[in-house]
Write a protein that binds this ligand. Structure first.
Ligand code: GLU
Length: 303
């Protein structure tokens, strides 16, 4: 399979300008390196009816065309079950009965990094496990991690080392966890370049470690700066006219929004193919893109 980059939105609502900008970046990274650009809908939770269709329509309105069929996580249960089965077969999973509260209240394990799962269920005896099961709470499945940290390479952040704990791979309602699905999906879609918001950077060592355990090569990562509102918080729907539909109401066409996104990257407006031909990730702005007052970007307000 030819290598690919991707965009993988969660269909929890319309994409906002920050999401669209990340999609544009993922597109430019992929196209500028001769990769396919594939699309996946991460619809295992947080689904709002109709949102996925609107997200796809918005991407097309901007001209961000993808290759092949859209993949939906809700249709890939078998692949996740297989991966869980492989890890279980290698003795790398254990059942965890902890509630969130119990985890918060448990004393941290010695030498465990802050925020890591304290290991409460890691070494339960058979009798302890049977007693917990008899209490009636279904278990989640956690990874029996052999490392506490893992290092990844990121085009924009360089070498980045982050925590790997005994992360949940299957939640106790049976849903495969995001950290597992993203790894399995990227591999199956031929994705060897992951471009996404830098809010996900700290999860990446966990995912790369999981990829390593499953025998997959780690993709190239690029975690891009997010869009922020005037208060310096991550841009959200409540921040005003932030979706393509909102912008349309203000009289801005999709083409005008694209120009705004392109200029937010420090680039001159040009057709997407030309932008891809000259794209240089190392010249991207490193600071977040700040939008204030109904999504009029700073640079537009003052000229
Ligand atoms: N679906 C995730 C989100 O929208 C992103 C997944 C990813 O890019 O790895 O937050």
């Amino acid at each position: 399979m030819d290598p690919a980059g991707r965009f993988a939105p969660s269909p929890s609502g319309d994409l906002h300008l920050g999401n669209l900008r990340t999609a544009l970046l993922a597109y430019l990274f992929a196209r500028s390196t001769g990769r396919r650009f594939v699309l996946r809908i991460d619809d295992l939770d947080r689904v709002r009816p109709g949102a996925a269709e609107r997200q796809l329509a918005d991407l097309l309105a901007l001209g961000l065309e993808w290759d092949g069929d859209v993949v939906r996580q809700s249709e890939r249960q078998e692949a996740y079950t297989d991966a869980v089965g492989r890890l279980a077969g290698a003795g790398l999973l254990y059942e965890c009965y902890c509630t969130r509260r119990e985890i918060q209240q448990a004393p941290a394990a010695p030498h465990a990094p802050q925020g890591a799962y304290p290991g409460t269920c890691r070494n339960l005896t058979e009798a302890e496990r049977a007693a917990k099961l008899a209490d009636g709470r279904p278990p989640a499945l956690r990874l029996r991690s052999n490392v506490t940290h893992f290092t990844i390479a990121d085009v924009l952040h360089g070498s980045y080392t982050g925590i790997v704990d005994d992360l949940v791979l299957r939640r106790n309602d049976g849903t495969p966890a995001y950290n597992l699905t993203v790894v399995v999906d990227d591999y199956d879609q031929g994705v060897d370049q992951v471009v996404r918001g830098d809010d996900l950077l700290s999860s990446t060592p966990r995912q790369a470690y999981l990829a390593h355990l499953l025998g997959y090569a780690a993709p190239t990562y690029a975690h891009v700066a997010l869009a922020l509102n005037g208060d310096g918080k991550r841009l959200a729907k409540r921040d005003g006219a932030v979706t393509l539909a909102d912008q349309r109401v203000l009289g801005r066409s999709a083409a005008a929004v694209l120009r705004m996104l392109v200029s937010s990257l420090g680039l001159e407006p040009a057709p997407l193919a030309d932008l891809a031909a000259t794209f240089d990730p190392l010249r991207l702005p490193r600071e977040p893109w700040v939008l204030v007052d109904g999504a009029v970007p700073d640079q537009e307000r003052h000229d």
